[in-house]
Design a protein around this ligand. Sequence first.
Ligand code: AP5
Length: 214
Amino acid sequence: MNLVLLGPPGAGKGTQAVRIARECNLSHLSSGDILREERKSKTELGQAAQEYMDRGDLVPDNLIIEMMMDRIANLRGFDGFLLDGFPRTRVQSEGLDSRLKAAGESLDAVISIEVDEDRLVERLTGRLYCPSCGRTYHLTFSPPARAGICDHCGDALIRRKDDSPEVVRQRLATYKEQTRPLVAYYGDRGLLRTVSGVGEIDTVTQRIKEACQA
Ligand code: AP5
């Protein structure tokens, strides 16, 4: 099964992707996490991406398409993939479609997670992130067992630089302008399933699983 999780910043794509991928034996490919790893390793791609990410803008399409298609082409041992944060523009969607088609593959469903904007800001500005394993927490909604420490790997949690209120505003504006139109793009292709991302994390996971089977 090949899936895409679509949704605005803070909708819960990363939170849900980890769970769905584990349960369905899918490879979880998060474009944001891959870019953060590239930055940490100070690769050419990481350095090129830095200024865009810190401003809340999108990294250029050509860099992203190559980065993600390279990961997809090298998957082994999974029953498919779960894309989180990619595609994010029309050019990326078309690039993904044509490259999958050339490889004899296709998408099975695109799940759009819907959350109202006030809640998104609350989620992002309270988010804690583990730079070692990529797990996310929230100060109020899903706090770690020990304050400031990742439950999974025991490392210190940080705030993402792009979760400041000003950058969050820019990321939401970028989403509306460049990514939201993909809802119609995938709707026209019969692939779109819409789920509410509001409610308990377990409840949202269940909704996504049901949407995948619809
Ligand atoms: P990226 O890392 O992909 O950020 P994003 O899409 O903005 O998404 P987030 O990670 O902020 O949110 P999420 O939906 O994963 O929510 P989460 O599960 O963490 O991208 C970062 C940057 O990289 C971009 O701005 C861009 O510059 C660049 N980039 C990445 N991909 C790109 C691409 N394809 N093209 C070009 N540039 C690209 O949850 C958020 C918070 O809410 C957490 O604290 C969580 O605990 C909490 N939460 C989750 N679910 C619930 C719930 N049900 N109830 C209460 N709280 C919840």
